[in-house]
Design a protein around this ligand. Structure first.
Ligand code: ADP
Ligand code: MG
Length: 270
């Protein structure tokens, strides 16, 4: 499987946020995307999942060569894309257990039914792996969950749904050291040649547990630099200013970036 993001320009509320993103993720690969706040990392994850608020101005997203940009969120999900959200939504009225069960049921061939007994055992095993309290299964999805519980719950869903491409958006934020290790180990245990991972993070710590093959730096809605693990330490100790200096990137506020693609400042950088 291969996920290709091609020269993607994305706007939200008439502001261009992504300004020509190119990224290819193959099954088995782990990519980390790092970058200052507000540079479009979550926008990239959201647009790949099909969030209706974001609009593609130009470019394409291909899954195994097929464009997915006109597909709905649920279609993309069934095709194997998964997003662990930076801020998971609370869904009152739907239990955590029923939510994942419905997600799996809808992946089955018509007329086939999920074996509930087996699913219960799998759910319990995943909860145990993530050291989540038993009661969480029957509480409403994310409602009243602590920040850390919400993040673990996203990984629990990933374990059970078994996506082909997963975007994990700041899965480390709000986790204490022990929870970070548990989440990191669980994601690493799920690594396989059938899973392409995109980790969005600010911190080296997560990447100690989930080791990336590639590290990308995103600034001003573009991936401006790609390297290996050595980039992580440098960012951790020196931040992002050196990248800007090295590449001659001038600061501009993406929210004030012109909407017209012809006058997009990033175009001149390429
Ligand atoms: N739904 C939205 N409505 C308006 N502006 C948004 C929305 N989502 C993101 N933005 C803006 O897009 C920019 C990039 O945001 P985001 O992708 O969340 O950045 P990051 O994840 O890198 O911190 C920010 O300036 C943010 O304010
Ligand atoms: Mg974000």
């Amino acid at each position: 499987m291969i996920l290709e993001i091609k020269d993607l320009y994305v706007s939200v509320e008439d502001n261009i946020i992504l300004q020509g993103v190119n990224l290819t993720v193959k099954g088995g690969e782990t990519h980390a995307i790092m970058g200052p706040n507000g540079t479009g990392k979550s926008t990239l994850a959201s647009i790949c999942m099909g969030h209706p608020k974001y609009k593609i101005e130009s470019g394409d997203i291909l899954l195994d060569g097929e464009s997915i940009i006109n597909k709905t969120v649920d279609e993309r999900s069934r095709m194997g894309i998964f997003l662990a959200m930076q801020n998971p939504t609370e869904v009152p009225g739907v239990t955590n257990f029923d939510f994942v069960k419905a997600a799996l049921q809808t992946r089955m061939e018509e007329g086939k039914h999920l074996r509930v007994g087996k699913f219960i055992l799998e759910f319990e095993k995943a909860s145990e792996n993530l050291k989540m309290g038993k009661g969480l299964a029957h509480r409403f999805l994310n409602q009243g969950f602590s920040g850390g519980e919400k993040k673990r719950n996203e990984i629990l869903q990933m374990q059970l749904i078994k996506p082909k491409f997963a975007f994990l958006d700041e899965i480390d934020s709000g986790l204490d050291v022990d929870a970070l290790r548990i989440v990191g180990e669980n994601v690493t245990n799920q690594k396989s040649s059938d899973l392409g991972l995109v980790l969005i993070t600010h911190y080296q710590r997560l990447l100690d547990y989930i080791v990336p093959d590639y590290v990308h730096i995103m600034i001003n809605g573009m991936i401006v630099k790609t390297g290996g693990k050595d980039l992580i330490e440098k960012i951790d100790s020196e931040g992002y200013d050196w990248v800007k200096t090295e590449l001659g990137i001038t600061d501009f506020d993406v929210r004030k970036a012109p909407v017209s693609l012809g006058t997009c400042p990033s175009k001149s950088l390429k």
